[in-house]
Design a protein around this ligand. Structure first.
Ligand SMILES: [Cu+2]
Length: 163
């Protein structure tokens, strides 16, 4: 019996980019920096945001725990800024079995260094803290995500990337 087509997954310990950068200043939407040169996105390398920036609030209050909006439609190359609003800690963790398999390595790389596990952002504790995710290099499809601390409270969202 042989095992064919075993998937080689980039080692989780590879931390490509060096530190810095992720604690973005809370300035108003920075204009997308023009990419110096189109760089072929390879697994393990974060792809830049080149399109529209979307914003999703992470909320926990008397009405419950949720992302607002919980359904996002975007294009590859867009970015999503997840902003901690209340009731933290919150994070953004994609469900590996509920995203297009071809995008897994790129999506994981796009978390950069602000992560606490595969496809999972670091925790945002205080109002105003945020996590910005690039959708660069991702294929069209549905991407389900949830908040690790509040998964049992149904804090979930769905990202749809359109062609
Ligand atoms: Cu949460």
């Amino acid at each position: 019996m042989r095992f064919k087509g075993m998937t080689l997954v980039a080692s989780a310990v590879v931390l490509g980019a060096c530190g810095g950068g992720e604690k973005a200043p809370e300035a108003a939407a920075p204009a997308a920096a023009p990419a110096a040169a189109p760089v072929a996105a390879t697994a393990g390398t974060a792809a830049p945001i080149t399109g529209t920036m979307h914003e999703v609030k992470m909320i926990g209050d008397a009405k419950g725990y949720r992302y607002e909006p919980a359904e996002i439609t975007a294009k590859a190359g867009d970015g999503i800024k997840f902003v901690m609003e209340s009731g933290g800690p919150h994070n953004v963790a994609f469900v590996a079995s509920a995203i297009p398999a071809e995008s897994k390595a790129q999506l994981d790389a796009n978390f950069g260094t602000d992560k606490m596990g595969e496809l999972s952002s670091g925790l945002k504790m205080n109002p105003g803290e945020s996590f910005t995710l690039s959708l660069g290099g991702l294929v069209a499809g549905k991407y389900e995500f949830n908040c690790t601390p509040h998964l049992a409270m149904n804090m979930k969202g769905v990202l749809t990337i359109t062609p």
